[in-house]
Design a protein around this ligand. Structure first.
Ligand SMILES: Cc1cc2nc3c(=O)[nH]c(=O)nc-3n(C[C@H](O)[C@H](O)[C@H](O)COP(=O)(O)OP(=O)(O)OC[C@H]3O[C@@H](n4cnc5c(N)ncnc54)[C@H](O)[C@@H]3O)c2cc1C
Length: 589
């Protein structure tokens, strides 16, 4: 590996032999922008061929900064999201339908990108959305075609002997990739209670099952990207990145912000990219030349932004920022979709472990940390959320709210996801042992966009998700909120639930519940769709080989290419997209 960074803190913890300056204005076959979830997978796969050179430009931090300690501890996942030095700390535009709030929108700012800061749930969701990707013209992206790419990334460890309550099907995970997938060494008690209560409740009529098989409707414990050998988070850096780092044809530069894609001069035909301009840690502008392709894996905000400042995007927006229009591509930055997360908060008995407890008790925290460090066990050895249910809204409810499109979705396509977080807070700030059971809208109608306000990537774009702008989303949210409340007030939960701390059981009308949702809802940070893979005439940005329309050799290969959001969490699908992207690129070599 050629590893170049100007961060002295990082240099202190990486063997000196690994450091060598990548040629500042050097030539590489491929320049990849974004060393996150996808970028490091693409880089690792391409550098399997020793004759191919790859440079990854990553704006964020190295993995080996001091903050590393909290990144790798699964149970501290909540602490590395918004507000941390390994996050971009985006905030949305005011959300009219969320009480005008500007909602924090975390994105990983570190090698591994959001896989280094996320909640580690490894979920694929329903097969139906992928089949729909193919049905709208993306040949080769249907479930049967992408399943081998899901499996390719991972190495699976089954649940431990004392976790016999976890249903799983090892054949769904048969792969030989570097990414560790396991169920972790610790499942919070609240997850077990909530999962059991869901299966006991007659309403949703859900059964426990393996939910990564393309038919998720039911309840399952979450496979996670936790390395069972040391109970550490496994990110795309610790899996794919470290695998590639032993190769001399793999180069990565951190603290390096890509500022523009450079194109050959040509008066006609599709644009040919020949490099990427970037700003290094000292503020100096440098160029990395790409002899074959430029690949954008900068995520759902970074990739459309870089295209736009480089002259590819909606013409009026580009002109408004003084940017020469190279390709008028109206779809760039549009079609922003995410899964909205909301729910009541409950106070539970002290025997139910929560992050609230160890956050309020330094010696308890120290003891948990010691247990994790020395034994790889205990409360910090698992993610903050360990189960999910996937559910359809009943047909009669859909009829009553006029949601014919949801009714028409194929029967494996879940409408909502239910989960519980072993942590919580209430607007009054009152201390307590809280948990946050929640619902998630899996098929949102509310769409947003990413808009640039400058010709420079040093200025963040405006992120406007328009959450709950759709009346159907609002009605589904109200129904789902009631589901969560009903489960929490069921007999199964009674021994541990002390009471509803938010919004309070006097809030029962549709209006009350909608207001309660609007006051607290936030996304589960799965922004997607802003460089959608679909026909150009339909607002698409890339074709089914992930090549940007109007260019010969610029691809996008991250969450922004999802034409339709997947029905579950987005990390596993991004690993899949990256694996397939690498094969598409190799096929064109
Ligand atoms: C807090 C949080 C919790 C989540 N929890 C889960 C979960 O439990 N399960 C799940 O499936 N999904 C989860 N997600 C979502 C999931 O992690 C993301 O959808 C996915 O990882 C995105 O992958 P990506 O490659 O598109 O982007 P990223 O992984 O974010 O990578 C983009 C990279 O590009 C870099 N970059 C951006 N712009 C530039 C530029 N101009 N120059 C150089 N580098 C640049 C960024 O720093 C980053 O490293 C979560 C996300 C977050 C933030």
């Amino acid at each position: 590996m050629r590893f170049s960074t100007l961060a002295s803190a990082a240099a202190a913890s990486v063997p000196a032999a690994l450091f060598a300056h990548a040629a500042a204005a050097g030539h590489y076959d491929y320049v990849i922008v974004g060393g996150g979830n996808s970028g490091l997978v693409v880089a690792e796969r391409l550098t399997e061929n020793s004759g191919v050179s790859v440079l990854v430009l990553e704006a964020g931090n190295d993995y080996d900064i001091d903050f590393n300690v909290t990144c790798v501890v699964p149970g501290l996942d909540l602490t590395v999201t918004g507000g941390s030095i390994v996050d971009w700390n985006y905030t949305t535009a005011p959300q009219v339908n969320l009480a005008n709030r500007q909602v924090p929108y975390p994105r990983g700012y570190i090698l591994g990108g959001s896989t280094s800061t996320n909640f580690m749930a490894y979920t694929r969701g329903a097969a139906a959305p992928y089949d729909q990707w193919a049905a709208i013209g993306n040949e080769g992206w249907d479930w049967n075609s992408v399943l081998p790419y899901f499996k390719k990334s991972i190495q699976f460890t089954p649940p431990e002997a004392n976790q016999s309550y976890i249903p799983y099907d090892a054949s769904q995970y048969a792969g030989e990739g570097p990414l560790q997938v396991s169920f972790g060494h610790y499942i919070e008690p609240i997850s077990i209670y909530f999962a059991t209560a869901l299966t006991n409740k007659t309403g949703p009529n859900l059964t426990m099952k393996e939910t990564n098989d393309g038919s998720p409707i039911g309840v399952g414990y979450l496979a996670t990207t936790i390395n069972p050998k040391n109970a550490n988070r496994d990110s795309s850096w610790t899996s794919f990145g470290l695998t590639a780092s032993s190769r001399s044809n793999f180069h990565v530069q951190t603290h390096t912000l890509a500022t523009r894609i450079l194109f050959e001069n040509s008066s006609s035909g599709d644009l040919v990219a020949n490099g990427v301009e970037y700003r290094d840690n000292s503020g100096a502008i440098q160029v990395a030349y790409a002899d074959k392709e430029v690949i954008l894996t900068a995520g759902a905000f970074g990739s459309p932004q870089l295209l736009m400042v480089s002259g590819i995007g909606p013409a009026s927006q580009l002109q408004g920022n003084g940017i020469d229009v190279k390709v008028d591509l109206p779809g760039v930055g549009q079609n922003l979709l995410d899964h909205l997360f909301f729910g009541p908060v409950y106070e539970v008995i002290d025997n139910i472990t929560t992050a609230n407890q160890f956050n309020a008790n330094a010696s308890l925290y120290a003891e948990y940390l010691r247990e994790w460090k020395t034994e790889g066990e205990g409360e910090l050895a698992g993610a903050i959320s360990s189960m999910s249910a996937w559910e359809r809204v009943p047909d009669d409810v859909l009829d009553s709210i006029g949601a014919q499109e949801l009714k028409n979705l194929r029967s494996d396509w879940n409408h909502i996801q239910l989960e519980v977080i072993a942590s919580g807070s209430v607007p009054s700030g009152k201390a307590g042992n809280y948990v946050s059971p929640a619902a998630v809208i899996s098929y949102p109608f509310s769409k947003g966009n990413v808009t640039i306000v400058s010709n420079s990537t040093t200025v963040k774009p405006i992120v406007q998700p328009n959450w709950l702008s759709s009346e159907i989303d609002q009605k589904v949210a109200i129904w789902a909120f009631r589901q969560v409340r009903e489960v929490m007030l069921s007999e199964t939960m009674a021994p541990i639930v002390l009471g509803e701390a938010y919004p309070g059981l006097d809030k029962t009308s549709d209006e009350d519940i909608l207001a309660a949702i609007q006051a607290v809802a936030h996304p589960i940070y799965q922004a997607s769709g802003t460089c959608a893979m679909k026909a150009q005439s339909d607002g698409g940005v890339v074709n089914s080989k992930l090549v940007v329309y109007g260019t010969k050799n610029v691809r996008v290969a991250d969450a922004s290419i999802f034409p339709i959001i997947t029905s579950a969490n987005t990390m596993a699908p991004v690993y899949m997209v990256a694996e397939k992207a690498a094969d598409l690129i190799k096929a064109d070599q």
